[in-house]
Design a protein around this ligand. Structure first.
Ligand code: NDP
Length: 337
């Protein structure tokens, strides 16, 4: 049986020499385990991150060991009664022809829907698997997609993106826009996947093309790319727009630091919420605020200072001073009674 191993950590774009295909014996499964003949292996962008020796939301691949990844296959030898020979399973030991798995690591997957219609096994890696769920969860839960939203999806001809654009439409988006890297992919988005507009990000400025595809702005952006795509989306998003940050593939092979915040991709792994706010939206809190904070000010539990500049003639100086940091606490210009 053959397996793919990482033998060197790539710098920039991975090279074939960073990998090796090794021959290993097929072993019989111990009790509670199954031997699976893999039939489809998943290849995913996140695997590039696992090739680096760095802290991330998944541990790095070990050198000289078989890589891991999603796979579907057929149980060919079983010592787990719940997974008899012939069962099709989804599991995390891809990049190899045969895998010995603890039965608890393997999820049986039906190759037939309830109505008898068959479904290709490979879909459990894609549209009915990890990438499909990514698209669905990013839109429905993270971006809180609503009927009537204008939605923009990057890497739209890929696994996550092509599912996302269609899920957005099927869940009532009023307009779905996609970007992709070739004219053929753009045609596919328009002709096959029902996108309302699509553009080739290599053919011109992303922000200009996005703006002309969405003259009234967008409500939701599903970011698979980062960089110029995220920048363009932020420009074109409407007030109270939502961004589901899913991936930043434009940065996975870069060796030089990107513009600050150059750790923006950590927003994904840490599942951060970065949300803009304007105080004027929160006047409903005023009463609660005055009650709670007023109480703390009264008792001295909350301390405050003011930097007071006297006289209107010094107001401009006070303002510039504040920008320079000459104040502690609130900068106030006080006028005589
Ligand atoms: P895709 O099927 O979309 O394949 C990757 C695509 O990315 C390529 O086809 C290519 O298409 C595009 N691409 C590559 N480089 C660039 C670039 N510099 N600028 C713009 N596009 C580029 O992969 P997936 O659907 O599996 O993943 C898509 C994104 O979703 C990735 O960022 C991935 O990391 C992320 N992801 C996140 C998950 C999560 O849990 N957060 C789970 C799964 C995926 P093109 O020809 O259009 O350039």
């Amino acid at each position: 049986s053959r397996e793919v191993r990482l033998v060197a950590r790539p710098s920039g774009w991975p090279q074939p020499e960073d990998f090796e295909v090794a021959e290993v014996p097929v072993t019989e499964p111990p009790p509670g385990h199954v031997l699976v003949r893999n039939l489809h292996l998943s290849v995913d962008p996140y695997m590039r991150g696992r090739m680096n020796d760095q802290d991330s939301y998944v541990p790095p691949f070990e050198l000289d060991q078989p890589m891991e990844g999603g796979a579907v296959g057929r149980v060919v030898s079983s010592r787990a009664p719940e997974l008899p020979e012939g069962t099709h399973v989804l599991h995390p030991l891809g990049w190899r022809e045969y895998a010995v798995l603890d039965a608890r690591q393997a999820t049986p997957v039906p190759t037939r829907f309830d109505n008898g219609q068959t479904v290709p096994l490979s879909t459990y890696l894609g549209v009915l698997g990890m990438t499909g769920l990514t698209a669905y969860a990013a839109l429905v839960e993270v971006a809180r997609l609503r009927e009537g939203d204008v939605v923009f999806v990057s890497a739209a001809a890929g696994a996550v993106g092509s599912a996302a654009g269609q899920i957005a439409r099927l869940r009532g988006a009023s307009r779905v826009i996609g970007s992709a890297g070739t004219p053929e992919k753009v045609r596919l988005l328009l002709d096959e996947y029902g996108f309302d507009a699509a553009f080739d990000y290599r053919a011109g400025s992303v922000v200009e093309q996005l703006r002309s595809a969405a003259p009234e702005g967008i409500d939701v952006y599903l970011d698979n790319v980062g960089g110029d795509h995220l920048e363009a989306a932020i420009d074109v998003l409407r007030v109270h727009g939502r961004v589901a940050m899913c991936g930043m593939i434009s940065q996975y092979n870069t060796t030089e630091a990107t513009a600050a915040p150059h750790n923006l991709a950590k927003v994904i792994g840490k599942r951060l919420t970065l949300r803009g706010m304007l105080v004027r939206d929160h006047s409903d809190l005023r009463e609660q605020f005055f009650h709670e904070v007023g109480g703390w000010v009264r008792t001295g539990a909350l301390k405050y200072q003011e930097t007071v500049v006297e006289g209107i003639d010094n107001a401009v100086e006070a303002f510039i001073g504040m920008l320079r940091g000459e104040n502690v606490g609130k900068m106030v210009v006080s006028l005589p009674e």
